[in-house]
Design a protein around this ligand. Structure first.
Ligand SMILES: [Mg+2]
Ligand SMILES: [Zn+2]
Length: 194
């Protein structure tokens, strides 16, 4: 069986973008707005080189909400994939939920549903108990917990808010926690990171 890291996208791999209409940081709405966060590339290489399969697990409801054309969301994905390919990073699969319960009704794949993690388990022979989910929202952590993975929340999220196993400042720190865990128990890693 293989180990995997399941990654949320917005706020973990790429910057959220300020939307003045809603006065909130949100998913990019154009390819130009899509920008990888610092040290994401070395973090993904660290995880890849440690033998983890990489999967994207992302809720993208902006088409369902009428805020973006599907073609634009696909263009944004192509830019993301191109940036990774240029660095020699290959994701085993990209799992997107394009639904939203208020607009398209209930679906089986929207986080916190663990649906996509189970799909990866069945298709790629992933050992979920030896795998990790990384995200910046409560729904990401709930998704990982429901699937039986270990979980890392990206701050400012706190451990008590989410029940995440660990909190990290960014993906680079999360990748270090995961690779350190190979050689130590979680409490040792946490002690070393504070
Ligand atoms: Mg996010
Ligand atoms: Zn869905």
């Amino acid at each position: 069986m293989r180990r995997a890291v399941f990654l949320d996208r917005d706020g973990v791999l790429n910057r959220n973008v300020w939307n003045s209409a809603t006065e909130a940081y949100e998913s990019p709405l154009t390819p130009e707005q899509f920008e990888l966060l610092p040290k994401v590339v070395p973090a993904l290489k660290l995880l890849r080189d440690a033998g983890y399969l990489l999967f994207l697990v992302s809720n993208q409801p902006n088409h369902a909400k009428g805020k973006a054309d599907m073609e634009v969301l696909e263009e944004i994905h192509r830019k993301f994939e191109m940036l990774l390919t240029a660095e020699g990073i290959v994701f085993s699969d990209y799992y997107y939920c394009f639904h939203h319960p208020n607009f398209t009704g209930a679906c089986r794949c929207r986080k916190p549903s663990p649906y996509f993690l189970f799909e990866a388990r069945d298709r790629f022979d992933v050992d979920l108990a030896q795998s990790w989910m990384i995200g910046d929202r409560v729904s990401d952590i709930a998704c990982g917990r429901a699937a039986g993975t270990r979980t890392i929340g990206i701050s400012p999220m706190t451990q008590s808010q989410t029940g995440a196993d660990c909190i990290a400042d960014d993906l680079w720190r999360a990748a270090q926690i995961i690779t350190c865990y190979e050689r130590a128990s979680i409490p040792d890693v946490l002690a070393a990171s504070t």
